[in-house]
Design a protein around this ligand. Structure first.
Ligand code: BGC
Length: 379
C-alpha cells in the first residue's frame, strides 16, 4: 500500500455471536429457538473455546490486526450484574492479540443484545443509550489498557433496517418510525460511548463500522434515490460527526443499477471492486483516517475469493491515490461463521470450518492474501 506503508494494518474480522457459540443470554438466541434448526447458531465456530487456535491462525496468515466483538450479554448478565469470568476471558484474548504483535479492533455492539435489555424494549427504549453507556464504561475501565481501536456500534443502518423496518431480524419490527427511532438512539449511544471511552482511556482511538453501498457520485441534483442513498450511507455518520477518530467502512456491494461484470457471490451479491474506492472517497469528507473494517464474500468453493481480495486491495490503493487516508484492511471473515438469518450455508471464511468437527482448514485464498501482505510489508 502507498504512503504510510509501515502503519497500514492487515487482517480479518469476526463478531461474537457469529463465531463464539452458546450465546444463550442474548435476543438472537431466544429468537433462533423459534426458527428452523438451520437458523440456530448453536456452537457456531466454537471460538469462545478455540480462540487461541483462531488467533494463532490469524498470526500464521501474516495478519497484523484482528477485529472481534465483545458479547454484551455475557458481560452484563442482568442490569449491572457484571460477569468477571467473561471480562477475564476477553482480557486473556486481548493479551494474546498483543503478545502475537497484532493490533486489536474491539466492537462493542454487533447486532446482538442482552435478553434483559431486549425484553425491556431494546433500542426503542428512551434510556437505551444510557444503558449501553453503562456497559461501555465498565468495559473501558476493565479492558481499556489493552484495546487499540474501539468500534462502538457495527452498522447501525443495517441493524435498524433489518430489525425494525424490513422485519427479518429480531424483534421483527416493520415500521419506518421505529427504524428512525433506533437510529437516533444509536447516534446518541455512539456519542456517549465516544466521550466515555476517551474519559477512561486517554489517547483512545474510537470509531464505528458503517455499512456503505456504492452508487457512484457522478450525478448532481436531487433525486429520491440519491436521498435514500445519502440516508443509508451518511445519516449516522453525519449526525455523529466530530465523534470519530477514524471512520470504519464495511463494503460488500454496489447499488442495484450499477453495471458490473455479472460476477456474484454465493449469496447473489454482485461483486464490484471499484465501489470500494467510491465509498472510501465518500468517507474522506469526515476528515479522519479510514479503515476498511469489513469486506468479503460468501464463496464456498473459494473460486472467487483470491481475485476478490486482489481487486478490492487495488481499489483501496486507488482511494489512497485519490487522497483518502486509508490505514487498514480487514477482510470479512477470518472464519466461516453463523451468517444471521441465512444460517451456516454462506461461507465467508479465509479459513474453512467443518461445523460437525470444528476442524479449521486454511483456504488457498488465505495464502494469496498472506503473500500480498508479506510482499507489501517487505517493500
Ligand atoms: C455484518 C456481518 C455479516 C456480513 C456479511 C455485515 O453486514 O457486519 O455480521 O456477516 O455483513 O453479511
Amino acid at each position: 500500500m502507498e504512503g504510510k506503508r509501515e502503519e497500514f494494518l492487515w487482517g480479518a474480522a469476526t463478531s461474537a455471536h457469529q463465531v463464539e457459540g452458546n450465546n444463550i443470554h442474548n435476543d438472537w438466541w431466544a429468537w433462533e429457538k423459534k426458527q428452523p434448526l438451520t437458523m440456530r447458531s448453536g456452537l457456531a465456530a466454537d471460538s469462545y473455546k478455540r480462540w487461541r487456535e483462531d488467533l494463532a491462525l490469524a498470526k500464521q496468515l501474516g495478519h497484523t490486526a484482528y477485529r472481534f466483538s465483545l458479547e454484551w450479554s455475557r458481560i452484563e448478565l442482568a442490569p449491572e450484574k457484571w460477569n468477571r469470568e467473561a471480562i477475564e476471558h476477553y482480557r486473556q484474548m486481548l493479551l494474546e492479540v498483543r503478545r502475537l504483535g497484532l493490533k486489536s479492533f474491539v466492537t462493542l455492539h454487533h447486532f446482538t443484545n442482552p435478553l434483559w435489555f431486549a425484553r425491556r424494549g431494546g433500542w426503542l427504549l428512551h434510556d437505551s443509550p444510557e444503558l449501553f453507556a453503562r456497559y461501555v464504561r465498565f468495559v473501558a475501565q476493565q479492558l481499556g489498557d489493552l484495546v487499540d481501536f474501539w468500534v462502538t456500534i457495527n452498522e447501525p443502518n443495517v441493524y435498524a433496517g433489518k430489525s425494525f423496518w424490513e422485519g427479518t431480524w429480531p424483534p421483527q419490527g416493520k415500521r419506518f418510525e421505529e427504524m428512525a427511532r433506533v437510529m437516533n438512539k444509536m447516534v446518541k449511544a455512539h456519542r456517549q460511548a465516544y466521550r466515555i471511552i476517551h474519559a477512561a482511556v486517554p489517547g483512545a482511538s474510537v470509531g464505528a463500522a458503517n455499512h456503505m453501498i456504492a452508487c457512484g457520485h457522478k450525478k448532481v441534483g436531487f433525486s429520491w434515490h440519491a436521498l435514500r442513498q445519502w440516508m443509508f450511507n451518511h445519516w449516522f455518520l453525519w449526525r455523529t460527526r466530530g465523534t470519530h477518530d477514524f471512520i470504519g467502512v464495511n463494503y460488500y456491494f454496489p447499488c442495484g443499477q450499477t453495471k458490473t461484470d455479472g460476477q456474484k457471490s454465493d449469496m447473489g451479491w454482485p461483486l464490484y471492486a471499484p465501489g470500494l474506492t467510491d465509498v472510501l472517497v465518500e468517507a474522506k469528507r469526515y476528515g479522519v483516517p479510514v479503515y476498511v473494517t469489513e469486506n468479503g464474500l460468501a464463496d464456498a468453493d473459494d473460486s472467487r475469493r483470491a481475485d476478490f481480495i486482489r481487486s478490492h486491495l487495488r481499489a483501496v490503493e486507488a482511494a489512497q491515490r485519490a487522497g483518502v487516508d486509508v490505514r487498514g484492511y480487514l477482510h470479512w471473515s477470518l472464519l466461516d461463521n453463523f451468517e444471521w438469518s441465512d444460517g451456516f450455508a454462506p461461507r465467508f471464511g479465509l479459513v474453512e470450518v467443518d461445523f460437525a468437527t470444528q476442524e479449521r482448514r486454511v483456504r488457498p485464498s488465505a495464502r494469496v492474501y498472506q503473500a500480498i501482505i508479506e510482499g507489501a510489508r517487505r517493500r
